[in-house]
Design a protein around this ligand. Sequence first.
Ligand code: PMP
Length: 419
Amino acid sequence: MTEPTVETSDDDLRRRALARTPGGVHSNVRLAGPKVFIDRAKGAWMWGVDGTDYVDYLLGQGPNFLGHAPDVVLSAVERACRRGMVYGGQHALEVEASELVCEALGWAEMVRFGVSGTESVQAALRLARAVTGRTKVIRFEGHYHGWLDNVLLGQRDDAWGVASAGQLPHHHDDFVLVPWNDPAAVEAAIGDDVAAVIMEPIMINAGVIEPAPGYLERVRELCDARGVVLIFDEVISGFRLGLAGAAGRYGVVPDLATYGKALAGGWPVSALAGRADLMAGFGTGEVNHSGTFNASVMTMAATVATIRSLRDDPPYARIADHGTALMTGIRELGARHGVALHVQGLPAAFHVSFGEQDATDHRSLRRLGLDRYTKFAEALVAHGVWVAGRGVWYVSASHGPAELDATLARFDQTLTDWL
Ligand code: PMP
């Protein structure tokens, strides 16, 4: 067998990619991303095929929370996979991973694993509808829950609707969309026909906005009063804001929660965790949740190694130091260059914009001038800082003082060249 040829020219790879892949990318999210091919990545760094190095604050859209190719996870996965990859039967690692997830979260009693956040969200919605016998679901403007017909939303002018050609709009009929951080809006929408409220308990995907004090508590109360299942979509916040995610940070416990990304050190794993009485429906077979690759050996070895690492060598204080210094450094550079650069959020996940003040919901987020920032983000990437065009920055356990210095120097140079 011959080794696959690795092309080293960006242009050639792009030409070949465009010939065989629509748009040259395998996820539409990347259509708007940098037109650069990556050769390799380690820790907080990525290298393009042209040799350019990048300090990475996108983290593969979030999963590389321990840094790229973390040795502790790689070696565990390699060891485990030598014993087989997919059994179509149960194995000890999946039991251990389930125990570790429940112990880490503290409140959850049972877990079902999947391979993407999108599908764990679907499992949560189906389960909530099954246990309540109701259909309606309350959700929030600007919160992302995956790319499938019923949850994918786009905004044109001020109206929300389908985001994709071919998407069936009637799937949205059972959802009630309300603004984030507005308890009165939930109170007005919630009723005895509502199965679930689903939210990013801290808004991160579209821009980082914390819940206002008392907001999550009020939504919890409203759900309890009406027998509504509260679902936290912690696909981004889970394991990133601490072992117990946003539920731990804000002290409000959901009934069900979805996880992914930071859960498994870069491997494709998602989870639906929750109260045992609710999750029981999967166990009796009454509620279907299936998947060939769910809890495969590879993904469970990655999950066990990642959670053990987060538990036994917690990176959260280091991430807080780096993220805080970075947020401060960006603000200072903005002031020095006389440009209004606004930084909002937490050290592990924050949002940079050309706004003047914190956003409190998706409506105020839209006023922050995203188009201008998106162009600036392209310039940052060209200067060797790999960031998302929508303004969200993620910090990993591998970011340290050397990365901080390199990032701020490159940011400084970008502002000089850009202004
Ligand atoms: N929920 C949230 C909050 C997310 O941010 C994402 C992905 N960015 C998803 C669900 C979907 O996860 P996946 O891309 O793994 O399907």
